[in-house]
Design a protein around this ligand. Sequence first.
Ligand code: BGC
Length: 447
Amino acid sequence: MSFPKDFLWGAASAAAQVEGGWDADGKGESIWDTMVREGNHVAHGETPAVACDHYHRFREDVALMKEMGLKSYRFSISWPRVLPEGTGQVNTAGLQFYIDLCDALLEAGIQPLATLYHWDLPTALYNQGGWANPESPRWFEEYAEVVSQALGDRVYAWMTFNEPQVFVGLGHVLGIHAPFRHDDSPTLCTMTKHILLAHGRAVSVLRRNCPCALVGMAPTGDCWLPEDHTPEAEEQAYQKSVALPKNFEFSNAWWGDPIFLGRPPADAENAVGEHMYTLTEEEWASVSQKLDFYGFNCYQATAEYGPPDGYGSYAYQGSPKTAIGWNITPEVLYYSCKFWHRRYGLPVLITENGYAGLDFVMLDGHVHDPQRTDFMHRYLLQVQRAIEEGIPVLGYTYWSFTDNFEWDSGYSSRFGLVYVDYRDQKRTIKDSGYWYRDVIASNGANL
Ligand code: BGC
């Protein structure tokens, strides 16, 4: 058995990383707009204000997706574009943008996969305490209501949150992402509770307004590789991948166990002690409503780090890495599919996987990126391996469709299948984009 015939070959983006149009047509500000402008948080002082100008150029982008033969496009909705103050007054022009985007995708034969929250919290809500405010689940419910009523029958699959691990871990613990904070454990527990409740409320809204759509989320987290090919080593890798480490907010279990298993992770009390949140029975039922798939973002296997000047696991002198230093560990896609299906019992959807390069337009006018093609080839073979073992994999979503604003590192790392010259917004499909087109056309048979 190879790739199923309706396999979702896709590519992804996120509003704050591609749209630009930061104040166009009544859009409100997100924490990434406001805080990046005010502080020295991003390399070279770069901002998401214009990014790839996708807000104004989405038709050109959809035409490129069509040329590549994509079956799905994962994008996120900017909450402050739709609700400038986070709640209350709807910005109809902002909402119309997503309606038009979905219509253009559907016309091109591409399934829209929509993420409600890919980190661009409305600044107006942050100023009221953001996710630490007990009202935040209700805010999110209102936002989900507005968006799903407008887009409902157009979206094939919804994701509530993208990587709570990262927007909490990097945004509220390490202070690298907006809102650039270092919150304590009690605050993290409170925020977790609100995010879980927000997820549950949004799922109820999506089920009501979009009965035909799939509903899931797009978390990330550790995936350890077995040290050898014995069943014991695989079991050990699985157990480590589902455990609750000291930096619990980055783990799968912290978020996945409540949502997919309806209970707090084992060891939660050990990790956070008396600060552990509590939920009523009714709240647990809402948080753990059955979803249709386990989406996950996956780039590299979790590594054990040695001394500061040594090598972590998988690394050795001159070992293969992406341009931002991430290890190239293709088997992580096989083991993620296997482990997450085993853990949560749902079909899996690879919502992100990709390679950051130092791409540029070459003398012949093309972008030759054989490293990315090889990366994708190796990782996709591992997806195929999982499918051949009978694991239900719904699709593979390459991160990212175009180069874009890579959060705190700005624009220098390029993940895209399409190169963007930020001086004039000219797009160039990279060699890997054409290679991916051929893979899609053969439904993976040419891998
Ligand atoms: C995020 C993306 C990000 C990518 C590469 C994921 O953590 O969802 O927004 O650009 O990784 O860093």
